[in-house]
Design a protein around this ligand. Structure first.
Ligand SMILES: [Zn+2]
Ligand SMILES: [Zn+2]
Length: 294
């Protein structure tokens, strides 16, 4: 029996798959941007987006690689935002990679992140954990942004903890002695930054973290779409988000949140049945938005 709710299920039997959520070594992924694109092509994906955390530094390389392989490419970013309700990740699609104000803003954010890492190292020193900022930096790829995972890896490498997990549990997680709060931008500001750079703002993996009401609030602040398909979303999340997308007339996106072949914590390429049509709709909306902005 076909019920009316079925249209909100995950798309079935999708042959032409896309992946609109992938990370390179420019943020916390393991593969260089060109290698991310090559891996996507290898998996026969039809369109891809590179969405590194808070940086556009991998986009030029990825775009050139995609063009060489004839793969449809979406320049993207993933912004980490916070407000009193907690953390919100926003995906920005079809942003202008050379947008000067965005570049300046991201550079300011990068400096604040370095200062934060230095504070963590300082706090660890006071606890008798003697690692240096250089040791942390050696965990960051050439163009990467320093963050807690790099401090955690330096702690493992230095023999201070046995595992990455333990580094967070004992020192780096909120409430632990070497925790330093992250520098925050609100979701509303994140949406504004994405729009200003010519992009569309999509709520990333909100299925388990954002209530209907929280999502409607983001829509009020200009949100353009919802990431429907993501490794953290089961059938319940997919159904709820698709209903909300229909109700609020939002774009639908999806991706694996790929961080590299050796990263088992998150999704693998091609794991999500994201249809090529979603890419076409996203592109159409981006063209319309840029036209409207004139
Ligand atoms: Zn995320
Ligand atoms: Zn991500």
């Amino acid at each position: 029996m076909i019920s009316s709710a079925d249209k909100f299920d995950a798309p079935a039997q999708v042959e032409d798959r896309i992946d609109l959520h992938m990370h390179s070594s420019c943020s916390d992924g393991r593969a260089e941007p060109a290698a991310v694109i090559a891996a996507a092509k290898e998996k026969d994906l039809k369109a891809v987006a590179l969405t590194d955390h808070d940086t556009v530094s991998g986009l030029a390389e990825a775009m050139a690689a995609a063009e060489a392989l004839g793969l449809a490419f979406v320049p993207g970013i993933e912004f980490s935002c916070y407000d009193d309700a907690g953390s919100t990740h926003l995906l920005g699609y079809f942003i202008d990679p050379g947008h000067v104000k965005l570049a300046e803003y991201l550079e300011g954010a990068r400096r604040k992140r370095v200062a934060r890492a230095a504070r963590m190292v300082e706090k660890l020193g006071l606890l008798g954990v003697d690692i240096s900022l250089e040791e942390v930096n050696s965990q960051v790829s050439a163009s990467g942004l320093i963050a807690r995972p790099h401090v955690a890896r330096a702690l493992v490498e230095g023999g201070w903890v046995k595992s990455y997990r333990e580094a967070f549990d004992r020192f780096l997680a909120a409430g632990q002695p070497a925790y330093v709060p992250t520098w925050r931008i609100s979701p509303g500001e994140g949406i504004g930054r994405i729009h200003e750079a010519g992009g569309l703002a999509v709520l990333a993996h909100g299925g388990k973290t954002h209530s209907d009401e929280a999502i409607r609030r983001l829509v009020g602040e200009g949100l353009d779409g919802l990431e429907i398909l993501h490794p953290e979303h089961g059938p319940d999340e997919v159904g709820r988000l698709r209903r909300l997308a229909a109700e609020q007339e939002l774009l639908e996106t999806g991706g694996s949140d790929w961080h590299g072949p050796l990263d088992g914590r998150r999704g693998q390429l091609r794991s999500q049945p994201v249809p090529y049509e979603w890419y076409l709709r996203l592109r159409e909306a981006a063209v319309a938005a840029k036209g409207a902005a004139g």
